[in-house]
Design a protein. Sequence first.
Length: 210
Amino acid sequence: MNIYQKLVEVRKAVPYLKKSNQGHQYNYTGSSQVVGAIREKIDELGLLLIPAIVDKKVTAEKNGNRITYFTELDIEYTWVNVEKPDETIKTTFYAQGIDIGGEKGVGKALTYAEKYFLLKQFNVPTDQDDPDAFQQKVESSKPPEMITQEQKDEIQSLAQSYVDLRGEGSVKLVLTGLEIADFDKVPKSVADQKIRKLKQWIAKAEKQSA
């Protein structure tokens, strides 16, 4: 098989991943879960994935005695067909990581990149539903209605209110916490969820500051 055929076989092997890890405020699909799901198939087909950092940017924000580091990386991923090493595919991927102290920012960005690159490379859907219910949802679904300008404005406004209330951080960091990298790719229904979550964060912050 050529490298494209092998990548398609990997994609066929992982039709679905369930969000099984519990985070501070939401369930999520962990990096180890994603890698574990495809590792065996990649080894079986003789594929190597080689990452290389091609650009890096670190932004520091100081709030009192605490410094928050926002690390941004451009990573070039290269797929190699082990049977024909000259047969490769290169893709550049953006990643980000946030850390207080600075020593873990790059590692967090690399973990973020690994997980999301593989999920997007193989178009792997994730959901909290069981696989059968998820499959039924996919078969009956239509292209989602995307975020409105009003929702964008409300999220930005709530994020700023949250930052002002806590007296630290930035709107950019809040959006990262909400997993919003690009507003134009956020479905309207997901935007509603983000707005509700922001309001919950604000209510909790208000209680803590009372």
